[in-house]
Design a protein. Structure first.
Length: 364
């Protein structure tokens, strides 16, 4: 029995150390084995901690979960359900990529289908925001196709396979939920996000230290992991979250609003000094245009910080406003059509009346 426990603990330590440096920082306060109450090894090489409890009284947890709730969560994680349909899907993709499979699938590379990942993700988001459950199910399947196909391409090249992908993200979720799988405290969703960011920062620090000790390349910058291809609002919120997790943060929300007001003043100053056409648009001087654009960007970035401090996703907020505007505009067009006129032929005052009517009708 002792040898089996040692072997199991060895697998757990290898899984977390080998796949992502940084898990040790969660457990190094005392012996990892002494804090391990029970564990379960998943089939196929997956590793799950069934219990990582502190030496304190285990009758209550300090993060808002009762001891029984905590144990129930660990029990569910330790006994995963079987997913034969997923296994069959993986086998189907493997068959399509086989020498006697589909010519098109065999020819694909990571880069040749990379754009499909973005397209399918956006289509899935559209279905989610539309509340179309049937369409959502279909689009999520298309996203899953991209994950499995990319993983199969990697497997064929000897890089990694879908098991590795699942094991890595499983280990990451355990590491980044120490309030469930460990003894950290997180009473609400906002505290969970803060804890998530702190764990990510510890992971980066551990990876940087490991790189330095091995004489490798200089550590990656904190913001290097934020894709520049992200939509601007999403990128801004991700950047500000990472900076805040590193301690670069205002003390209060009012401080952030003060920064917004300061940035607006600078925008107005840049606009006032720039040459403008009769319609008020900045023109003629590329440097002046760039300066106004820069200051407007600072205003938007500071507003993203307001959203982050409020616990609001700025990308979702603006997408919701876009949907609201489109819905109201469509209602205006319908009203104009019923009156036998085109919306663009109406006066601004007439359009405003339709706008207010659309707002009132859509509230009903």
């Amino acid at each position: 029995m002792l040898s089996e426990i040692k072997a199991a603990l060895g697998k757990v330590q290898f899984s977390f150390r080998g796949r992502k440096a940084g898990f040790d920082s969660l457990a190094n306060r005392e012996s990892f084995t002494s804090r391990m109450r029970t564990l379960s090894l998943r089939f196929g090489g997956f590793v799950v901690l069934k219990g990582i409890l502190s030496n304190k009284d285990n009758s209550t947890k300090e993060h808002g979960m009762s001891a029984s709730q905590h144990e129930n969560a660990l029990e569910r994680a330790a006994h995963p359900e079987q997913h034969p349909a997923f296994d069959q899907f993986v086998a189907t993709i493997s068959a399509l990529r086989a020498p006697d499979g589909c010519p098109w699938d065999r020819e694909q590379t990571h880069s040749s289908i990379a754009h499909n990942m973005i397209e399918e993700a956006y289509e899935a988001v559209d279905a989610i925001e539309a509340g179309d459950v049937a369409h959502m199910r279909e689009e999520l399947g298309d996203v899953l196709l991209q994950v499995v196909l990319q993983s199969q391409i990697a497997a064929d090249a000897g890089e990694f396979d879908i098991e590795d992908v699942a094991a890595d993200v499983d280990a990451k979720m355990v590491r980044r939920h120490p309030h469930v799988f460990g003894d950290e405290a997180a009473a609400g969703a906002s505290e969970v996000l803060n804890l998530w960011d702190k764990v990510k920062l510890r992971e980066k620090q551990a990876a940087d230290q490991a790189g330095e000790e091995s004489g490798g390349e200089p550590p990656a910058g904190l913001l290097d992991g934020v894709p520049v291809s992200f939509p601007a609002l999403m990128q801004a919120q991700k950047i500000s979250r990472k900076a805040a997790a590193a301690g670069f943060e205002w003390e209060t929300l009012e401080d952030v609003w003060g920064q917004v007001r300061s940035e607006i003043d600078e925008l107005n100053e840049a606009y006032d000094q720039a040459p403008k056409a009769a319609n008020g648009k900045v023109e003629g001087d590329p440097e002046a245009i760039a300066h106004v654009e820069e200051e407007l960007g600072d205003v938007l970035f500071s507003l993203v910080n307001v959203a982050r401090r409020m616990g609001v996703n700025s990308e979702n907020a603006l997408r919701a406003s876009c949907r609201k505007f489109r819905t109201r505009w469509s209602a205006m067009e319908q009203s104009a059509f019923e009156q036998g006129v085109r919306l663009e032929d109406m006066t601004c005052e007439e359009q405003n009346r339709l706008w207010e009517q659309a707002k009132a009708d859509l509230r009903k």
